[in-house]
Write a protein that binds this ligand. Structure first.
Ligand SMILES: [Cu+2]
Length: 168
């Protein structure tokens, strides 16, 4: 039995040691790549969900809403610059032209989580459901990364993700 126990422990260790994996979800012709969020201090605070959306179809679509049972309310936000200061603004939808890739990230479009029911802990995940005008709804999970992360962990660079300075 001792050998068997060791085998199980080894298997569990391998699972824990697995690097953050790239995960993607599909809704029709919309690819949702690596939904992620950042660790937060505690319950009751706000957070944000980021991801990359690619419309692989031949007609435009729109992301209409994001919901998550991890928060009281989720809003779609954009950032605008006013007098040199970046401010968040609620928007009704994120436009996804045919063939376009739209990045949601810190300092950019994001799904803002209001009233988190529990702290977001790095390494865990939270459920989310995205609703598109044409592609419909799809559910998945957002992986929680470090509080100061500015891009998904699997990101291999090649393009500039660095966000402008801003305050939530
Ligand atoms: Cu926001």
């Amino acid at each position: 039995m001792r050998l068997r126990t060791l085998t199980i422990v080894a298997a569990m260790t391998a699972l824990l040691a697995a690097p953050a994996f790239a995960h993607s979800i599909k809704a029709g012709s919309i690819e949702i790549e690596h939904p992620w969020s950042r660790a937060t201090a505690g319950a009751g605070t706000n957070g944000a969900i980021f991801m990359t959306l690619t419309n692989q179809g031949t007609s435009a679509d729109r992301l209409l809403s994001v919901t998550s049972s991890a928060a009281e309310r989720v809003e779609l936000h954009s950032h605008i610059e006013e007098d040199g200061v970046m401010k968040m603004r609620q928007i009704n939808a994120i436009e996804l032209p045919a063939g376009a890739t739209v990045l949601l990230g810190p300092g950019r479009f994001h799904a803002m989580l209001f009233g988190l029911k529990a702290a977001l802990v790095a390494g865990q995940s939270i459920p989310l459901t995205l609703t598109f005008e044409k592609a419909g709804s799809v559910s998945g999970e957002a992986l929680i990364q470090g509080a100061g992360d500015t891009m998904p962990e699997h990101c291999d660079g090649g393009h500039d993700h660095s966000p402008p300075e801003h305050k939530h």
